[in-house]
Design a protein around this ligand. Structure first.
Ligand SMILES: C[S@@+](CC[C@H](N)C(=O)[O-])C[C@H]1O[C@@H](n2cnc3c(N)ncnc32)[C@H](O)[C@@H]1O
Length: 205
């Protein structure tokens, strides 16, 4: 990874994904996390303030050092222990059945092989463990989808491999999770091609 991916992009992501307008959806996504939690694509730790009291510990998986450093203040104020361990959601260095919950926010768009990452999450979650997610992806409307397909190559180039057109629900189900709840909506202050969100909880069965 070069200077752009290591130093510039994490700051752009922190500004866009870190907007306070997304805090309510982050809080809702984190509801119900419990026990030992693994978070993939930890970024700059924007979810840390929303980990509920039932969380015993968080293991953060993040390839880019800059994000972890930018998380400093939030980590210092964290109510639960958070440690960074693992650099790649596609290959997690953890034993089977070692977590009770998993969290991914705006990350399945970027991981090159998201299917591998979901298979890894399923492997490390206990049976019945919960996977909490909010992701942007393929819009429900054909008109928006057309723009997503057009803009996808540019998005991938400019934003570290971020895809606009991944079908989040289908990917999670195809990985063997059972969807417990999912809301699909457009984030009202984001252009629709980028703001088609899926937020929910899936169960590792
Ligand atoms: C758009 S950012 C979202 C960051 C954070 N989850 C948030 O909600 O603000 C995507 C994150 O995924 C991380 N990422 C990219 N490839 C990854 C991989 N293979 N495994 C884990 N995380 C990855 C990026 O470094 C980045 O921090």
């Amino acid at each position: 990874m070069g200077i752009y991916e290591n130093h510039v992009l994490p700051r752009i992501v922190d500004l866009s994904c870190g907007s306070a307008m997304l805090d309510p959806v982050r809080e809702q996504t984190c509801e119900g996390l419990h026990g030992r939690v693994v978070e993939i694509g930890f970024g700059s730790g924007r979810n840390v303030p929303f980990y509920p009291g039932a969380v015993a510990s968080v293991t953060a998986v993040e390839p880019v050092d800059t994000g972890w450093h930018m998380a400093g203040k939030r980590l210092a104020a964290a109510k639960v222990p958070v440690e960074r361990s693992g650099l790649d959601g596609q290959s997690l260095p953890f034993a089977d059945n070692s977590f009770d919950s998993a969290l991914s926010t705006w990350t399945l768009c970027t991981i090159p092989d998201a299917r591998a990452a979901l298979a890894e999450l399923r492997r490390v979650l206990v049976p019945g463990g919960t996977f909490h997610f909010v992701e942007h992806g393929l819009a429900p409307d054909a008109g928006v989808q057309k723009w997503q397909q057009r803009l996808n190559p540019m998005q991938r180039t400019l934003f570290g491999g971020c895809h606009l057109n991944r079908d989040i629900r289908a990917m999670i189900e195809n990985a063997g999770f059972e969807i417990r709840e999912v809301d699909r909506f457009y984030e009202s202050r984001t252009p629709k091609f980028l703001g088609a969100l899926s937020r929910g909880v899936a169960i590792s069965v």
